[in-house]
Design a protein around this ligand. Sequence first.
Ligand SMILES: Nc1ncnc2c1ncn2[C@@H]1O[C@H](COP(=O)(O)OP(=O)(O)OP(=O)(O)O)[C@@H](O)[C@H]1O
Length: 345
Amino acid sequence: MNNVLEVKQVSKVYDGRHGVHQLDFTMERGEIVGFLGPNGAGKTTTMRMITGYLQPTTGSIAVDGQSVHDQGRTVRSKIGYLPETPPLYPDMTVQSYLKFVANLRDVPAREIKLRVSEMVSRLGLQAREKQLVRGLSKGYKQRLGLAGAIIHKPDLLVLDEPTSGLDPNQIIEIRDLIRELGENHTVLLSTHILPEVSTLCNRMLIINQGQLVLDGSPQHFGSSMGDQFKVFIEVKATEQQLHNLLAPWEKVRSEVIEPSDGKSSTGQQETVRMLLTGESPDDFREELFYLLSGAGLPILEMRKENLSLEQIFLKLTTTETDAESSDVNDMNEESAVSPAEEESK
Ligand SMILES: Nc1ncnc2c1ncn2[C@@H]1O[C@H](COP(=O)(O)OP(=O)(O)OP(=O)(O)O)[C@@H](O)[C@H]1O
């Protein structure tokens, strides 16, 4: 069995209301899983139950096959937890804080010194070892929180919104660190930021109103969740030729997205760029290929249009009435950062 985490039919009831309802998922060794959901969806509740800080009302959770409830102490030694606000002590130095956490997490006394210096260099804290925690920037506090979360070499790392409140540069640094940590740990990471999931995670779980509404890879869902199949094409043809060919095709609607102006970007002949939308999710690319090639119209480009993560998220977590609410905008407020991040890669 290669499951690091097993969450079985877990519910948490607060004051007669479900904070989390019949949650069921497993995580395999080596996965980096993004845990997404709007405010109040149940992310923190789930993470607190996994880490043993909160007791499920019903259901069971096991880490490496051991019950969080029955073997709490053993299981906690297998988990590294970074809560949204790491519990740092402002009057300790970086070094003394790490020693303190190492003791707390039962790192053998003879290994503590080495483990602390390992964490200091791994998390880039060298220049700040003797500094008081209160004087650290938010980004360095987060590094220190991460160092404390992995100092006992846990199998499973649970990170609650690790980049929340950081500035764009700090976000990039912390993400790089998480990516590195993901090479040796299994990571469950909650976030409000959708691009974070596509850059860091190979799987995402979306939770809404306490229930799991999606489990799979971000890429896979982008391509399979649409109600309609959409294809972008660029064809060497005139608009009139394409209209004559495509207008009778009842199951596909076509729309020119860059009207031909009689000139060509590539050569002598005109090219037309179109978006074709099928009335169902069925793939019509092969039919389209034969239709165009049969008419002697060369396809310069053909590409399936995927749903963006934002569209998936909206689809799964909003109802008709609140579809225009701004939650998803909050989730993208960091998108201005993405180009910088791209550049920095
Ligand atoms: N201690 C508590 N007592 C009562 N209700 C609670 C408590 N903690 C959480 N809840 C409720 O349980 C639900 C899930 O909350 P939770 O904090 O787990 O959501 P979340 O997804 O982490 O949200 P956020 O993104 O805002 O942190 C919410 O409706 C919340 O109001």
